[in-house]
Ligand binder design. Sequence first.
Ligand SMILES: *Cc1c(COP(=O)(O)O)cnc(C)c1O
Length: 368
Amino acid sequence: MPKAQETVLEIDLNALKHNVAHLKSKLQKNTKFLAVVKAFAYGSDACEIAQFLEELKIDYFAVAYVKEGIALRKAGIRTPILVLHPQTASLTELIEYDLEPSLYNAKILSAFLDLALAKNQKNYPVHIKFNTGLNRLGFWENDVDYVLSKIKTSPVKIASIFSHLAASEDLNEKEFSLGQIEMFKTITEQCIQKIGYRPMLHMCNTSGILNYPEAHFDMVRCGIGLYGYGNSKTESANLKPIATLKTIISQIHSIEKGESVGYNRAFKSESIAKTATLPIGHADGISRIYGNGKGFVTINGQKAPIIGHVCMDMIMVNITHVHCKEGDEVIVFGGQSTSAEALAEAAGTISYELITSISQRVKRVLLK
Ligand SMILES: *Cc1c(COP(=O)(O)O)cnc(C)c1O
């Protein structure tokens, strides 16, 4: 692998391929695979990732917002794209770019059905979202009649009915999750009986794929697993993080006892120390929560804690006991030994937040 000359996010498509194969091996042969590529494919590069996955014959994509779906279409993606959280203001564009809406409340349902009618659509594929306990988005079980009566007289076709598990990664909440699965079955049985055809059913995210094989239904929606994290040590061990965030040492300082480092003099040295300044800061996605000893980087295989406050464009790390020189490569996260999960955990957050925060200022480098 090339040594970093500046701050870069390396994206390893072979690792992605490995993750797809591993996650698919958990499915029945006929279960479809939807790849969630929202938020720039979890902070990597949505268009490149989607193009690669399209070659691997992924069945569906999902994004959160219409804008994200449009970017994929402009990059030439032909695979169906489910928009998980559209707003009424973007529905015209949604149709224009052949994107498929999740309809989750009466407002978005009515707005979409009116628009589909006005635009002379026929059998436009839509996805109905039901709330089974996450209490975030979706119709309730007692909305079934209302939703179906509206849809019956409209120019849309229900491509799928879906729900989302609230705690699929937490086996202490197994009873709750099984309750969600049962509720989903009840809702979908009613729907199928009333509309007279069988849309696809789906409910599982990555942890659902791994922990609830009985709830795979017709399709699974996989996000974090594709990017190499399994929400537990054992599951993550079978996956490969696709992104490695690298930077280099810009400058090394020798600090005397009693001197301070960084803004507000947040770090005060109790002894002679050596620090390295790195060209990556909170504007690149290394939030201030990683400052003051919480977060760390890896230099030549050794851990160097972040000291003082994280600046906008820089961090300083303690290299008193690290063998290194200016220009050396620094790993912020990546691979299994220095995973984003470990860094996120050290600062009290989760890999999802850390990887999706890496800002567009950081150059993406694809390894094929
Ligand atoms: C983001 C998202 C997913 C993907 O979840 P992972 O835990 O990353 O696999 C699946 N379904 C919905 C509705 C989502 O919003």
